[in-house]
Design a binder for this molecule. Structure first.
Ligand SMILES: Cc1ncc(COP(=O)(O)O)c(C=O)c1O
Length: 436
């Protein structure tokens, strides 16, 4: 743990400094005192600072030991807490109830459990709320690993947010149990999963809120736009206030509800869907079951043909899941193909005419995105709160690096296309040695 000592008075120098220097597991990286003469006597190759702000800026710290007079202490605490640095203090944390409440408020943060592997928009709206996305690695299916969720729950956790990746439902029974047990909100991103089912229950109906994109490529689409599902009146009224203003707010929020007063302006955002998009999506809803039926038939054909080829692992589907097949994402296993690169494999298939074969790159583990590595550049309030880095989520990263994606076609005429793709895949795999 990277540590710094602030305050080199008697206790700082005589008690904390030697202990910190000797403690296993602690790496003392810096010392700070506003009196520079006190820094002169400190030995041992430590970085020395007269300003704690400079210390926080220059060092990556896990925790600080504060041994200053109490007067200097609150502002150091505020600064450290905002950066997410833990604090050990020699004297009581607060001298008055007011001071205690003030400090408690600083330390509070809302955390939301999110999948490490998802499209960024699942989690990025959190940056506008101040809540911290706490990412959780995937399992081999690419969905959030339910077994890792509970380990990430803290007293700050407010919600669990999951995405049914590529239309393959997450392990919702387990996830719903965690949410209930820890009294957390459960939010589903169903943008890939219109009509998908888990234990015969539709994606989007497990939790407190579900959001669905209707963007152009989605199984149910309005070109752009999206919708929210919720069993809660309270969330429904808030969603109306976020999307609309005036008429619909005033018509749908009951007059005696405290949110009615905000009806004229809503939340001031006006994020509603274009009515034409809503009408297009609404019309498509009538055909969704038919489309899903045909996609599921096509998916069976694709898995039984492509999924058996050497070097290709089919999607992992739970026996309780009935996916919507927004797309079919295979894993490329080059150990069966003498280390052939996915890029070479992909290029060869494109050359064979598989133009819709895709290596999905915008959907990538969130820790690989600058917005999750240094959000503070755009959202200053996130200074020190999140510092995700490559390597943080090995399963999600491996899934992403080896993923290739095909559409799941659903028209009768597309059956022929599937056979053409299967022929092309067989040809490339049979001749893989020529690509090495
Ligand atoms: C999983 C997921 N969540 C959210 C979104 C965002 O949807 P929209 O583009 O409608 O804002 C997408 C879009 O592709 C998505 O795939």
């Amino acid at each position: 743990m990277q540590t710094a000592l602030i305050g080199l008075g008697h206790h700082g120098q005589k008690t904390y400094l030697p202990v910190l220097q000797k403690s296993p597991g602690i790496k003392l990286v810096g010392v700070c005192d506003r009196d520079s003469t006190k820094l002169e006597d400190v030995i041992g190759g430590l970085n020395k600072y007269t300003s704690y702000r400079e210390l926080f800026e220059k060092e990556r710290l896990d925790f600080i030991v504060v041994a200053t007079s109490h007067d200097a202490y609150p502002e150091i605490v505020v600064c450290a807490a905002e950066k997410g640095i833990h604090i050990l203090k020699e004297k009581p944390f607060a001298r008055t109830v007011e001071e205690g409440k003030f400090l408690q408020k600083i330390a509070e943060k809302n955390e939301v459990i999110c999948p490490a592997y998802t499209f960024y928009a699942t989690a990025t709206p959190l940056f506008f709320t101040g809540a911290v996305p706490v990412l959780v690695d995937s399992d081999e299916s690419g969905n959030i690993n339910p077994l890792l969720i509970e380990k990430k729950i803290t007293s700050n956790t407010k919600a669990i947010l999951i995405t049914h990746m590529w239309g393959n439902p997450c392990a919702m029974n387990q996830i719903t149990d965690f949410a209930k047990k820890h009294q957390l909100l459960l939010i589903e991103d169903g943008s890939h999963a219109h009509g998908a089912e888990y234990h015969k229950k539709k994606a989007g109906t497990f939790g407190d809120l579900a959001i669905f994109s209707l963007q152009g490529q989605k199984t149910l689409t309005g070109g752009e736009g999206g919708f929210v599902l919720t069993p809660s009146d309270e969330f429904y009224y808030r969603a109306i206030l976020m999307g609309h203003y005036n008429k619909r707010c005033l018509q749908e929020i009951p007059r005696n509800h405290p949110l009615y007063d905000f009806g004229v302006t809503g939340m001031g955002l006006k994020l509603r869907i274009h009515p034409l998009s809503a009408a297009i999506a609404n019309e498509q809803l009538n055909h969704l079951d038919d489309v899903l039926f045909k996609r599921r038939e096509m998916a069976k054909k694709m898995i039984s043909s492509l999924g058996q080829l050497p070097g290709i692992r089919p999607p992992q589907i739970s026996p309780h899941a009935n996916p919507s097949w927004y797309a079919m994402v295979f894993q490329f296993d080059n150990t069966k193909l003498e280390g052939l690169s996915l890029k070479r494999f992909h290029d060869a298939l494109i050359a064979e005419g598989c133009k819709e074969l895709d290596l999905p790159t915008s959907t990538r583990p969130l820790n690989l995105l600058p917005l999750f590595q240094k959000p503070e550049v755009i959202f200053p309030k996130y200074q020190g709160k999140i510092q995700y880095a490559p390597g943080d989520f090995p399963i999600a990263e491996s899934f992403y690096q080896n993923a290739f994606k095909l559409p799941v076609w659903h028209e009768q005429m597309d059956v022929e296309t599937v056979y053409q793709y299967v022929n092309a895949f067989e040809k490339v795999i049979n001749h893989y040695k020529e690509l090495l």
